[in-house]
Design a protein around this ligand. Structure first.
Ligand code: IDP
Ligand code: MG
Length: 160
C-alpha cells in the first residue's frame, strides 16, 4: 500500500488547524502511520525545497516554515499520494477549490497550511529525509475491511 509525506506548516500549527486537518485525514479513511512535531532548520528546507531555492520568494518561504514547529506525518492508503494531493488542492489557497484543505482553510499562496508529496518517488525521498524507519508504525488498521473492498486490497497485505 502506498505512503505519502505531509507537513502541517506553521500556518496550520499557529492557527490551531492541526486537529481539523488530521480529522479530515482520518475521516477520509487514510491511516496515519507516523507523526512528530519538529523545528525545521534552513539546511532541511534547502533540501526539501531544492526545486525552489533559486526563486526570489525562497528566503521568505524558508522563514515562514521556521516560524513555529511543524508536524510531519506519513500517511498510508491505496493511491494515497494522488488522493491526498487532491484533498490538499492548488498551491495558492485563493485558487484552491472549495472542499479542499487549502480551499476551505487558507487564503495564501505561501502560508497554505500543508505540504504533500507530489509523486510516489518524491514521497519515498521525503519520508526518508524526515523520518528514521524506526519511527514509522506501519500497522494494519482493524477496520481495513470496511475501508476497502477485498478485491481492492493486495492479497499479500494480510500476510505481512
Ligand atoms: P505545492 O506545495 O502545492 O506542491 P510547490 O510549487 O511545490 O507547491 O511550492 C512549495 C511551496 O512554496 C508552496 O506550498 C508555497 O508554500 C510556496 N510557494 C510556491 N510558490 C510560491 C510563490 O509564488 N510565492 C510564495 N510562496 C510560494
Ligand atoms: Mg510541491
Amino acid at each position: 500500500m502506498e505512503q505519502t509525506f505531509v507537513i502541517l506548516k506553521p500556518s496550520c500549527v499557529a492557527r490551531g488547524l492541526m486537529g481539523e486537518v488530521i480529522g479530515r485525514i482520518e475521516r477520509r479513511g487514510i491511516t496515519v502511520i507516523a507523526m512528530k512535531m519538529m523545528q525545521l532548520d534552513i539546511e532541511k528546507l534547502r533540501e526539501h525545497y531544492a526545486h525552489l531555492a533559486d526563486r526570489p520568494f525562497f528566503p521568505g518561504l524558508a522563514e515562514s516554515m521556521m516560524a513555529t514547529p511543524v508536524v510531519c506525518m506519513v500517511l498510508k492508503g491505496i493511491d494515497v499520494v494522488r488522493v491526498f494531493r487532491e484533498m490538499v488542492g492548488s498551491t495558492n489557497g485563493r485558487n484552491a477549490a472549495p472542499g479542499t484543505l487549502r480551499g476551505d482553510l487558507c487564503m495564501s499562496n505561501q502560508a497554505n497550511i500543508v505540504h504533500a508529496s507530489d509523486s510516489i518517488e518524491n514521497a519515498k525521498i521525503e519520508i526518508a529525509r524526515f523520518f528514521d524507519p524506526s519511527e514509522i508504525c506501519d500497522y494494519t488498521p482493524q477496520n481495513l475491511s470496511f475501508l476497502y473492498a477485498n478485491d481492492e486490497l493486495d492479497p499479500d497485505y494480510y500476510k505481512k
